[in-house]
Each structure stands twice: as C-alpha cells, then as structure tokens.
Design a protein around this ligand. Structure first.
Ligand code: NI
Length: 208
C-alpha cells in the first residue's frame, strides 16, 4: 500500500526512485553484530502483470531464505515509499506481506504477515487509497475500520493483531493482494474502467 499523502513524504523523498533491481549494503536490523548483509531492492511489479491477479501459494518453510526475503521486502517497500508490500508485488507468488504504517518511525510497527487471514472486521472508514503496483493513482475506498488478523511471523509463530484506521486498511489491502485482488475491485465499475483506460494509454506510450 502506498503512503498516505502528507505523512513522511519529506523524509521518504530522500530515498531514490525505484528503478532496476539493485543490491545495497546495509546492516540487517535484527543483527547486533557489525557484519554487513546484502539487501536486495526489488522492482515493484505493475498492474497488468498476471502475478498480481492470481492467488498466492502458502508459505511453508520458515528458514533463513524466508527471513532474508522479509528483510528485502521491507527495504523494497521503504525504497518505494510504501507502508505495505505483498510478495506478488515483487513477482513472488507467496502468501507473504510486510507492513510498517509508521514508515520507519517505530520499530514495533514492523509487521510480517505470512499466511494471514482476516478473522474479524468492524465499522467503516472511507479514505484515499493507493497501491505501489498502480502508481500515480488514488481513489476513495470504504473499508472496515477495525480489523483483526491471524498470521505467522518470520519464525512461523502464529499471532493475532487488531488494527484500526490505516493499519486496518493495510491488513485488508495486503491480504487482498495475496488473493490476487487489487483495491480497484472495491471502487465503482465506472471509476475502475476509467482508470484502466488511462493505464492502457500509458502502456501504449511506454510509460507504464
Ligand atoms: Ni497494493
């Protein structure tokens, strides 16, 4: 999910734009040693790629490879100025997503969602919503205001968490991604068709 307008945009703008896949050297936050780790910044897959519209496969192995992927997903999300990123958005069809609605402000806000399920929804909120895979577009989307998920963390431990407002929205948006569903399925057919037409134009012009 894209950052809300306002928010941390100033700081986020310090990060360079997402382009081709690249590798950066950084300290893995989980490690207290001074060892360097190679982090991979993945390019974000855009709307039109079929990987975004097919249900992803469950995560079955919680090994070092998965932990590395999770760290890479956080870095790729921050680089793209997002507050949520699902694995299909980097071309990996796995039921895995990362969320940080604090955008690096609060380390405890970093959430790993492996095999997430929505177990409770309550209330309503209508806010502007965007998606890193549909850049430059935003629409008003009505969703539940309070949402509880059940998911596994990077170690495979099950947990439950309730989020409100932006976090509730992120839970729904990212879990949707893992079912091959995009936020535009929650807007009117008229607005969706208009958006698709604009995107097709951009594709034709080679700007997508
Ligand atoms: Ni998205």
């Amino acid at each position: 999910m894209e950052e809300q307008p306002g928010g941390n945009r100033g700081r986020a703008a310090l990060w360079s734009r997402v382009g081709e896949s690249k590798i950066i050297r950084a300290l893995a936050p989980a490690q207290k040693t001074a060892e360097n780790y190679l982090l991979m910044i993945y390019p974000i897959v855009k709307y039109g790629n079929p990987v975004l519209e097919k249900p992803a496969e469950p995560v079955t192995e919680f090994n070092d490879e998965l932990k590395k992927l999770v760290e890479d997903m956080f870095e790729s999300m921050y680089e793209a100025k997002g507050v949520g990123l699902a694995a299909p958005q980097i071309g990996i069809s796995k039921r895995l997503a990362v969320i940080d609605v604090s955008f690096k402000e609060d380390p405890s806000a970093k959430l790993v969602l492996a095999n997430p399920e929505i177990i409770h929804k309550e209330g309503k909120q209508t806010q502007s919503e965007g998606c890193l895979s549909i850049p430059e577009f935003r629409e008003q989307v009505t969703r539940a205001k309070t949402v509880t998920i059940r998911a596994q963390d990077a170690n495979g431990e099950w947990y439950e968490k309730t989020g409100e407002e932006l976090l509730a929205r992120a839970f729904l948006h990212e879990t949707d991604h893992l079912s091959g569903k995009l936020y535009i399925s929650h807007i009117s057919a008229l607005k969706r068709d208009l958006m698709k037409r604009k995107i097709r134009k951009l594709m034709k012009a080679g700007e997508w």
